[in-house]
Design a binder for this molecule. Structure first.
Ligand SMILES: Cc1cc2nc3c(=O)[nH]c(=O)nc-3n(C[C@H](O)[C@H](O)[C@H](O)COP(=O)(O)OP(=O)(O)OC[C@H]3O[C@@H](n4cnc5c(N)ncnc54)[C@H](O)[C@@H]3O)c2cc1C
Length: 344
């Protein structure tokens, strides 16, 4: 078969039948689970070459689906490992048609690190049940994971010629960035910052990253690019999202001051700087709409990336677009979970 034909046959995403290699309690509310499988040699964003063992691959905010075992440790047979593998639509339809008792939990997570030469992927799980009292299957699986346990991961195959999707970080022309998220977004924010830091453009990005985490013990190690300041916000007894909202509002206030100064100095270049408060194209989401919009900030200087609890993130986005005046094209916002609702 010609090389081109065999390349085209590699699907953008595929299922990996992984085993837990290691489990490390990073902090009171973060558990790092490292999974391994020979096929993870090919895991990663499309077209990215394997690098050294030390650096691994830039993972950005690459999302994955994890298939958790049913009670008793079994998985339903969805033909995930067939050749050719089923499309996302095919396996998801098959999964939805299973009787409730036969369905296994599926959840969405972020890849914290990809090490193809070691055939390993890290996933950082928030142990949220310890705080909320509700036992989610994914968090409780991670809390009791042991080496050798099986986890099916649906993620990108970097040999594919089709883009695998699942990376929402997209600053376009913007070089001033603001990232904000809660603990579920901490793996994505840390991974974005570390991917930026090893990129060819590491030196041109500047800005701030805000991470609200449950306690001061949950502040994690991260290596951002030199121009991006990371501010951890331990929630302790504050309501969810309060510290994050205050930090984003403070960023907005400081931005307004800078904006006014720039306007005074460079009035003709205004469109490139941003827009005055109240001019953003704000639209309220209906309750049925997904809390998810990916920005396309071509032509803009600033880019905001927000992820976490859906209600908190919706309010942050409303503030940035309605009150601060950022364009919707400058703000990516993603509801990673919703209070009182199980994920998928
Ligand atoms: C693109 C994407 C990437 C994500 N990346 C990560 C990641 O890297 N690490 C990570 O830990 N999570 C991540 N999440 C969030 C994760 O998918 C949800 O928290 C998920 O609901 C956890 O599943 P569960 O089975 O533990 O709980 P579920 O069964 O889904 O939920 C049970 C209950 O717990 C509540 N709940 C869920 N999460 C939390 C929480 N964090 N704090 C308080 N209450 C909660 C729910 O509202 C529900 O009432 C990501 C989500 C998305 C969409």
């Amino acid at each position: 078969m010609p090389a081109a034909a065999s390349q085209a046959a590699v699907p953008a995403t595929r299922a990996y039948r992984t085993q837990v290699a290691r489990v490390v309690r990073l902090s009171p509310h973060f558990m790092r689970v490292t999974v391994t499988d020979e096929a993870l040699a090919d895991f990663g964003p499309q077209g990215v070459e394997a690098t050294t063992r030390r650096t691994g691959l830039p993972a950005w905010d690459q999302r994955i689906k994890i298939f958790l075992p049913r009670e008793g440790g079994t998985f339903p047979d969805l033909g995930l490992f067939a050749d050719p593998p089923p499309s996302l639509m095919e396996w998801y339809t098959a999964w939805r048609q299973l009787p409730g008792a036969e369905q296994n939990p599926i959840r969405t997570y972020t890849v914290r690190a990809i090490r193809p030469l070691d055939r390993e992927v890290d996933i950082d799980f928030v142990l949220h049940e310890e705080r909320t009292g509700s036992m989610g299957p994914a968090a409780s699986w991670a809390a009791s994971a042991r080496p050798g346990d099986e986890l099916v991961v649906i993620g990108p195959d970097r040999r594919s010629e089709e883009p695998g999707g699942g990376i929402e970080w997209n600053p376009g022309t913007a070089r001033e960035v603001m990232l904000a998220g809660d603990e579920t977004a901490a793996p994505a924010i840390c991974s974005i910052l570390e991917s930026l830091a090893v990129s060819d453009e590491a030196g041109v990005f500047f800005g701030e990253a805000y991470l609200e985490v449950p306690t001061s013990g949950d502040v994690l190690e991260v290596k951002p690019p030199a121009g991006v300041v990371v501010r951890w916000l331990p929630r302790e007894d504050s309501p969810m999202g309060e510290l994050l909202s205050a930090a984003v509002r403070d960023w907005g206030r400081r931005r307004q001051i800078i904006f006014e100064a720039r306007r005074a100095a460079w009035a003709p270049g205004l469109a490139r700087v941003g827009a005055p408060a109240g001019s953003g194209e704000h639209r309220e989401l209906s309750p049925e709409e997904p809390v998810w919009e990916v920005a396309d900030p071509e032509g803009f200087r600033e880019y905001a990336w927000l992820a976490g609890e859906a209600g908190v993130i919706t309010r942050l986005r409303r503030h940035l677009v309605k009150e601060i005046g950022l364009s919707r094209k400058q703000v990516s916002f993603m509801g990673y979970w919703k209070t009182g609702r199980a994920g998928a």
